[in-house]
Design a binder for this molecule. Structure first.
Ligand SMILES: Cc1cc2nc3c(=O)[nH]c(=O)nc-3n(C[C@H](O)[C@H](O)[C@H](O)COP(=O)(O)O)c2cc1C
Length: 382
């Protein structure tokens, strides 16, 4: 029915066919009008590359480091909540695919598989993303659990002190585990492969926060709970105690402003991720790629810079690298792969991006990702 997926868009089509609507929409949505979600993708197309010819293109390398960790290409898997609802045991499968591909996997606080579950099924240290809640005792416990699981970095999310609104989730009545209303039974019943796999796992709710989230975790009660639990008073001072409690590599995620980037550099964290949460928080914020050069100029090498938002190809990774991101993260591209084909789909998403990155780099006349800088950019249209 589907031909071999050659692009991330092909994986997206397959995921739509395989994953129940409420979970597919959960991935493929942004806040309010989705203008920032769209801009993240379309702004990449406004950057033109320089085509170079008759340079030696043999023996190319995409290897680099992100916060000192060797990576086979400058791409990591971003933390995504409910990843295990795109496919049964999704976080474990994605972490294994990332490990085999030589790139970091980041587990969300709001994951289905728990920190301990993922640690048990992987060999390499994965990264753990932390949301800060008012209950600092619980936050401390999460940090300690990540330490005990030998996580390689803590990714502290700064841009979700309150929850942005995605209309599709409210219309769909998103819930986990799925409810048994006629609408939900229809959505799940028309996706039999997904349902059969889901019946074979016991992992169907937020297993990092069991006992802390409300027993009924439909989106509206979760939104109420989130509003109560997530800390709207989170401040730069909190970064200090989290850094101290964690004691390992720290990445600050969700910086989109040059002033904030300068503040972040002063915390002594190891990296920042220029990000607008994939357009899921402040609708109307600028795209991550358009802000990146300003932030790079503002911090002037004081802190390593990563970015995410809108990457749909290896070309996009190269453009981000050229504009100063040492590393990038993909969210939806691997979720589509996971929903479409499980672990094989995540591997496929990474293979697609790797191939596109490699060929684009060569056609720009470069052999080593470490040589990539603004020189390969012909024009930036934003
Ligand atoms: C379905 C979904 C769930 C997400 N959940 C989280 C999360 O739990 N924690 C977090 O820091 N970011 C979360 N994000 C944001 C991603 O980490 C990342 O910033 C974003 O997906 C990058 O944009 P892209 O999807 O266009 O690649 C989520 C994104 C998506 C699409």
């Amino acid at each position: 029915m589907f031909s071999e997926p050659l692009t991330i868009a092909d994986l997206k089509k397959r995921a739509k066919w395989r994953v129940p609507k409420m979970f597919y929409d959960y991935a493929d949505s942004g806040a309010w009008t989705e203008s920032t979600y769209r801009a993240n993708e379309t702004d990449f197309a406004r950057i033109n590359l320089r085509q170079r010819v008759l340079v030696d293109m043999t023996d190319r390398s995409l290897e680099t480091t992100m916060i000192g960790r060797k990576v086979s290409m400058p791409v990591a898997l971003a933390p995504t909540g409910l990843c295990g609802m795109q496919h049964a045991d999704g976080e474990i499968l994605a972490a294994q695919a990332a490990e085999e591909a030589g790139v970091p996997f980041t587990l969300s606080t709001m994951s289905v598989c728990s920190i301990e579950d993922v640690a048990e099924h992987t060999k390499e240290p994965f990264w753990f993303q932390l949301y800060v809640m008012k209950d600092r005792g619980f936050v401390g416990d999460l940090i300690d659990r990540a330490k005990a699981a030998n996580c390689g970095a803590l990714v502290l999310t700064l841009d979700l002190q309150i929850l942005g609104q995605r209309h599709k989730d409210l219309v769909n009545g998103l819930s986990t585990p799925p409810k048994f209303t006629p609408k939900h039974v229809w959505q799940v019943g028309t996706r039999p492969f997904w349902a059969l796999e889901m019946l074979q796992t016991k992992r169907r709710t937020f297993r990092n926060i069991v006992g802390h989230a409300p027993a009924s975790s439909d989106l509206s009660s979760l939104a109420v709970w989130t509003a109560e639990q997530f800390d709207p008073k989170l401040s730069w001072a909190d970064v200090d105690w989290i850094k101290e409690r964690w004691g390992g590599p720290l990445i600050l995620k969700g910086v989109l402003d040059a002033e904030d980037a300068k503040m972040a550099a002063k915390t002594g964290a190891d990296a920042i991720i220029v990000s607008n949460h994939g357009g899921r928080q402040l609708d109307g914020a600028r795209s991550s790629i358009s802000v990146l050069p300003e932030i790079v100029d503002a911090v002037q090498g004081d802190i390593e810079i990563h970015m995410d938002g809108g990457i749909r190809s290896g070309q996009d990774v190269l453009k981000a690298r050229a504009l100063g991101a040492k590393g990038t993260y993909i969210g939806r591209p691997y979720l589509y792969g996971l929903g479409a084909m499980g672990k094989k789909g995540v591997t496929r998403a990474l293979d697609i991006i790797r191939k596109e990155l490699d060929v684009t780099m060569a056609l720009c006349g470069k052999r080593d990702i470490e040589e990539i800088d603004r020189e390969i950019i012909a024009k930036v249209g934003f």
